[in-house]
Design a protein around this ligand. Structure first.
Ligand SMILES: Cc1cc2nc3c(=O)[nH]c(=O)nc-3n(C[C@H](O)[C@H](O)[C@H](O)COP(=O)(O)OP(=O)(O)OC[C@H]3O[C@@H](n4cnc5c(N)ncnc54)[C@H](O)[C@@H]3O)c2cc1C
Length: 305
């Protein structure tokens, strides 16, 4: 017998969809994937999620969401979906543990950090190159850190990294930052933070671990070799939608195409969060999309009975 609903992903979108679907007695299967809690679970202070005036840690938020979903009957499955067949219902989802048949599906696979794509980056991941300040900041106590990026994530994580590093240089390819005013002010006020604008990293070098980067000023072309031990990259995201290529409509960057009710081009398959949203990219908006997708899935199942 097929399951009523599966949700792929356990970030704010997937877990919120799970709460709503479970309360509608759909007993959803929630596939956790490589990262329980998604991106918000790798950050520290979340200060803008409504209901928490004193802020809270990312993992606290997703653990509470999980508890809430399980309380109403969501079934959390610690597996990653490797293959899908959406050609007809029931849809087939395959993990290393077997194949699941489902009548409806919510895709909440979110997004992953975009890489710089420069020589040395891949080689030094885990040896000085990182995409997660919470995970790796501790290893850079009293060390020189470079943060790459100019948006909220770069500033938020750069500020967090000042707890560890002797100095945190924020390297950004432009001379203006996209980060919000509050974060910008805090960074400017922080004596450990320096800004290196109009600059990019051309190469990361080291010997077993990162020792230096080659910086290039994009205006003057000047190149400087800069000693550094930690390179933290926050330059945007790519959606985790490879799995659905050729089966679901998506834009040129891979974001799933949905209508205003989050229906994909396949009836019974819905998308929620950063798998389709290339604009808002917040925990609260992703959670909102999760709620909407679950309500639509419930309606779809009721109508198709
Ligand atoms: C460093 C950082 C700090 C941030 N700080 C804030 C903040 O303060 N406030 C705020 O509102 N937002 C913040 N955000 C943004 C917020 O985290 C995201 O908008 C939100 O997490 C997106 O939710 P999502 O559920 O769509 O996707 P994600 O959080 O990306 O979750 C995707 C989920 O899909 C799963 N998955 C992927 N592929 C598969 C597969 N094949 N099978 C099964 N599961 C799979 C993953 O394991 C993961 O659980 C921050 C983001 C980052 C990176």
């Amino acid at each position: 017998m097929s399951e009523k609903l599966a949700i792929i992903g356990s970030g704010p979108a997937g877990l919120t969809a799970a709460i709503y679907a479970a309360r509608a007695f759909l007993e959803p299967l929630v596939f956790v994937g490589p990262e329980f809690g998604g991106q918000i679970a790798i950050t520290t202070e979340v200060e803008n999620y409504p209901g928490f005036p004193n802020g809270l840690q990312g993992p606290e938020l997703t653990t509470a969401m999980r508890e809430q979903a399980e309380k109403f009957g969501a079934r959390i499955v610690e597996e990653t979906i490797d293959q899908v067949d959406l050609s007809k219902r029931p849809f087939k989802l395959t993990s290393s543990n077997g194949t699941y048949e489902v009548d409806s599906l919510i895709i909440a696979t979110g997004a992953s950090p975009r890489r710089l794509g420069v020589p040395g980056e891949d080689q030094f991941i885990g040896r000085g190159v990182s995409y997660c300040a919470t995970c790796d900041g501790f290893f850079f106590r009293n060390k020189e850190i470079i943060v790459v990026g100019g948006g909220d994530s770069a500033f938020q994580e750069g500020l967090f990294l000042t707890k560890f590093g002797s100095r945190v240089r924020i390297v950004h390819r432009r001379d203006e930052f996209r980060a919000g005013a509050t974060l910008l002010r805090r960074a400017k006020d922080n004596p450990k933070i320096e800004f290196v604008t109009n600059s990019v990293i051309d190469r990361i070098d080291g010997n077993g671990k990162v020792k230096e980067v080659l910086l290039r000023n994009v205006k003057t072309g000047e190149k400087t070799t800069t000693p550094v031990e930690g390179v933290f990259v926050f330059v945007g995201h790519v959606p985790n939608t490879q799995l659905f290529k050729g089966q679901l409509a998506m834009d040129h960057e891979g974001y799933l195409t949905v209508n205003q009710h989050l229906h994909t081009n396949v009836p019974g398959v819905f998308a929620a969060g950063e798998a389709h949203d290339n604009w808002f990219k917040q925990a609260i908006t992703s959670a909102g999309f999760g709620c909407m997708a679950a309500m639509e899935a419930e309606k779809f199942l009721a109508d198709s009975q």
